[in-house]
Every structure is written in C-alpha cells, then in structure tokens.
Design a protein around this ligand. Structure first.
Ligand code: ACO
Length: 384
C-alpha cells in the first residue's frame, strides 16, 4: 500500500542537493554568476581557458598560472589512435554525442593509474578531458563530412583550435570570438540534469571518466542539451522567415513545445540567451550567407512572437539553446555536433562540481513511493 504521508518532488523541483561556490543562478531576475563573476563580464572580457581555470580553482589565474594551465591543455589535445578507430567505425551511423560518450569511456583505459584518486590526479584527468573532447568532436565532424582528420594546432587557443580542426581553416577574429563565447556560456550552470547525473555517478565514488560519461549521456535529450539541435531543426522546417509566425502559432495551438524556450529555473530571460541574442544581431549585419541570414531572421521573428504569446504571460523565455543553432551554422558547426560541442564546454562544470562534491561526499539515494501490490502469491510458470 502506498505511503500517504509522502510528498513527491517530481523532477526534484525545488530540492537543494548541496552547497556550492561554483555558480549562482537568479532565475527570477535572469542573472548568472560563475564563482561570483557576472556572466556578462566573463563573456565580454575573459576566454574559455581562463573561465575553466576559474571554475576548477576558484580564482582567476595569475599570468603564470594561466600560462601553465594553457600549456597543459595544449599538451593534452592529441587523442590515442584507438579513438580515431572508434570514430571511423561509427561516425556514419551513430549520433556524434553517442560516439563522444564511447570515446570518453575508452579514455579511461589510457589512464596509467586509475587507483590514484588524489585531488591532483583527478585534476589531471579533468584537464585531459577538457583538452581531448574538442579534438574528438572535431574528428567526428571530419569523418561525417568524409574529410581527413586535422591534428591540433598548438598556437591556437582552445576554442579556435577546435574550429580549425573541424573546418580546416583558422577562424577569423569574429568566428574565434563567437565559438569562445559559446564555450564560456556553456561551461557551467548549477545542478542541471547532466551535472546532477555526473554527481550521482561520482557519489558512488566511481571515477571521473565514468561520471563524465553519465553527464554526456544525460545532456543528449531534447529537453536538455539536445534542445539547440531540435530548435535549429524547427527553424529549418519553417524554411522562409515569412512562415515563422504561422508555424509557431500552429505549433502552440497543437500544444507542441518550442525547443529552446522555457527553463526549470529561469522564469525570466536566460542571461546567456540575451548575450547570444545580441551577438546574433551583430552577426546578422555581417553574414553574407543567405541561408544563415534566413535562419537568423527566423530566430528573431520567432523570439518576438513567443514573447507576445508565452514569455510575458507564462514566463517561458528563450534559453541559451534557441539562438545557438543559427550562430553555429554561421561558423560551420553542423547541427548534429551541437550537443557534443556543448558537452566539450560543460565538461569543466561537471568536473568542478564533482571535485567540490567529493570534498564532502554522500551517496545519492533518494526514495520512491511504492504504489503496487504486496504479498502477491507466486504462481509457477506452467500454471500462469
Ligand atoms: N514551449 C511551449 N510550452 C512550454 C515550453 C516550451 N518550450 N516549455 C514549457 N512549456 C509549458 C508547458 O507546456 C506547461 O504548460 P501547462 O502548464 O499549460 O501544462 C508549462 O509551460 C510548464 O512546463 P513544465 O514542463 O512543467 O516546465 P519545466 O520547468 O519542467 O520545463 C523545460 C523546463 C523541460 C526546459 C521546458 O521548458 C521545455 O521542455 N523546454 C523545451 C526544451 C528546451 O529548450 N530545453 C533546454 C533547456 S536549457 C538547457 O538544458 C541547456
């Protein structure tokens, strides 16, 4: 018999799982801080390497700390040959996020001492993952386009190197800024589904790789990190900017969700989406690709209509995933790479949360309320 005194928090809504110094989200006012720094300041003035250091270490790096950290990341960009064999085998038939998940799992086999669970060893693992995941994602992208793999280029920044390995061209200043910005904005975001999943796995004292694999798996769904791919798919289905309003109205009338809108915590404009939206407007003036121009216009028109229909009335505002698609398209990141690119940026947040949680670890073990029968009589198979 079900326990009637139980209160169920579906989706763990409103439940706090830990103290953290990593990230503060003010969902009512649409504000976000990483380690106390407003996201706008980091987006404007910092870079991904600096933000990664900040998240892992709790302070912005000094010049020498920064140089050492960057060198470590550059030195770890290459991946073992087995990774390319996996990518070659599966890139034609498996979603890139799933290939990435498998490759990260395989990386644990190259860890020379998995028994070393020291803070230093775990931090080295985080650096390896931060450095190698973009290389794997770019490699998947190259295979899917039938193009030769491009080795990392040490002189380029973390994110510019990713674009270079993916497209074969060193990005111009604008593309380099945009990809870096996207990595910064995706680096961390509290105990969202994928971070929570990383923590649940880590709370069993499973290793960093296993925990990050859980994070990558959880990110995949369209309600979480898969939303940007789904949002772009919708924009492509809309096709022409003039179709936008009718498409959205019909979708809402049919009770469909508009991917890239809504958030469990933000009941205001996601500040990351606001930053990206501003870039979108700048990008729109500069792009010369008519197909990108159309996507940008569709995104802007959809946002305007949604504001009238849902944002102001139901508090369903754009989240970061709504505007990512057209921008990524503008810098030649294919849509099926959006989620693994997100994972490549978020891996630092997953690791930073994991290390913070491990300082005061407790196994996650929530309860569920049994509503089935009890003491059911067992009937042997030949009498059922
Ligand atoms: N489009 C239309 N209606 C929506 C949307 C949307 N995107 N999101 C929520 N709603 C409506 C729901 O239909 C529901 O309406 P009802 O009360 O009339 O039934 C109401 O808003 C509340 O929805 P819930 O699902 O209960 O809200 P929740 O807090 O669980 O939703 C979520 C959060 C899952 C992100 C949701 O807004 C959604 O599905 N959005 C689309 C997917 C998406 O963009 N995900 C990315 C989130 S950001 C990130 O993970 C990086």
């Amino acid at each position: 018999m079900a326990d009637t005194n139980v209160t169920i928090s579906k989706g763990l809504e409103g439940i706090y799982i830990a103290d953290t110094k990593l990230c503060k989200i003010d969902g009512t006012n649409g504000k976000l801080w990483y380690r106390g720094y407003p996201i706008e300041a980091l987006a404007d003035s910092s870079n991904y390497e600096e933000v990664a250091f900040l998240l892992l270490h709790g302070h912005l790096p000094t010049k020498s700390e920064y140089e050492i950290f960057v060198k470590k990341l550059v030195d770890e960009r290459e991946v073992p040959d087995a990774i390319e064999e996996i990518v070659a085998e599966f890139s034609g038939r498996t979603h890139p996020n799933d290939i990435l998940r498998t490759c990260v799992s395989v990386l644990s086999s190259y860890d020379t001492d998995m028994e070393d669970k020291s803070v230093e060893a775990n931090e080295e693992r985080a650096i390896k993952l931060i450095a190698k995941m973009p290389t794997i994602v770019a490699m998947i992208g190259r295979y899917r386009q039938g193009k030769p793999v491009i080795r990392p280029l040490a002189k380029l920044s973390h994110t510019a190197n990713f674009l270079y390995m993916l497209t074969g061209r060193e990005p111009d200043k604008e593309a380099a800024k945009l990809i870096d910005l996207m990595f910064i904005l995706h680096a961390e975001h509290g105990s969202n589904a994928s971070t929570f999943s990383t923590l649940v796995t880590g709370s069993t004292l499973a290793d960093v790789y296993a925990s990050v694999v859980a994070g990558i798996s959880t990110l995949r769904g369209p309600l979480h990190g898969g939303a940007d791919e789904a949002a772009l798919k919708m924009m492509r289905a809309i096709g022409e900017p003039d179709n936008t309003e009718k498409y959205i109205e019909d979708a809402l009338a049919g009770k469909q969700r508009i991917m890239g809108f809504g958030h469990r915590v933000y009941k205001a404009y996601d500040p990351r989406a606001k930053i990206v939206y501003n870039y979108l407007k700048i990008f729109m003036k500069k792009t010369t690709d008519p197909s990108v121009e159309k996507l940008l216009e569709i995104a802007i028109r959809a946002e305007k209509l949604m504001e009238e229909k849902l944002s102001k009335t139901k508090g369903i505002w754009p989240n970061i995933d709504f505007f990512s698609g057209p921008l990524y398209t503008g810098i030649d990141v294919p849509s099926d790479l959006f989620t693994p690119v997100f994972a490549s940026a978020r891996v630092v947040g997953w690791c930073a949360h994991l290390f913070e949680y491990w300082q005061n670890n407790r196994l996650f073990r929530p309860l569920d309320n049994y509503t089935g029968e009890l003491d059911v009589k067992y009937v042997p198979i030949d009498r059922r």
